[in-house]
Design a protein. Structure first.
Length: 159
């Protein structure tokens, strides 16, 4: 069986980016490209004896260039962040909220564990009661069978 061709993921040698300026491509488009390259290709066989050849006139697929939002900034100036930076007060309040959530989740997990234990205890108690009822019913039936006179008994002869 012939070995399947392997696609190199070395971006600096990639034929898709070889003649393009790397600043034209955004990270999201590059990630999409990497995902499409790294997924395994399906292998289908239709028992064709004719080998398939690549179309050399067909251009290679390219990722769309990003809309550069910072084109008007002079070179060397820091780019304005897309999202505003959080203040230390906001970070502390977020951490406090996460601590409260953690405490609540821990309490909820403990409550659920206790409910599970209580339910297991109730099930054990129910099974024990059911077993005792069955045993008493079997004993009662055995007593009735012993006390019941058979059809060939002398008791029935006088009737």
């Amino acid at each position: 069986m012939a070995q399947l061709p392997q696609i190199s993921l070395d971006l600096c040698l990639s034929p898709l980016l070889a003649d393009a300026d790397k600043n034209q491509y955004c990270d999201e488009a590059l990630a999409t490209l990497l995902k499409s390259i790294s997924t395994p290709l399906p292998s289908l066989s239709f028992a064709s004896s004719k080998p398939r050849t690549a179309d050399k006139n067909k251009p290679l697929p390219r990722t769309p260039p990003c809309q550069n939002q910072h084109q008007d900034l002079p070179p060397g100036s820091p780019a304005k962040p897309e999202y505003p930076l959080a203040t230390s007060k906001q970070i502390i309040s977020l951490l406090n909220l996460l601590d409260k959530l953690d405490t609540d989740m821990t309490a909820e997990v403990q409550r659920i564990k206790e409910n599970i234990k209580e339910t297991r205890d109730l099930i054990k108690e129910y099974k024990k009661e059911r077993r005792d009822r069955r045993r008493s019913m079997k004993e009662k039936m055995a007593t009735q069978v012993r006390q019941t006179l058979a059809a060939d008994s002398d008791f029935w002869a006088g009737v």
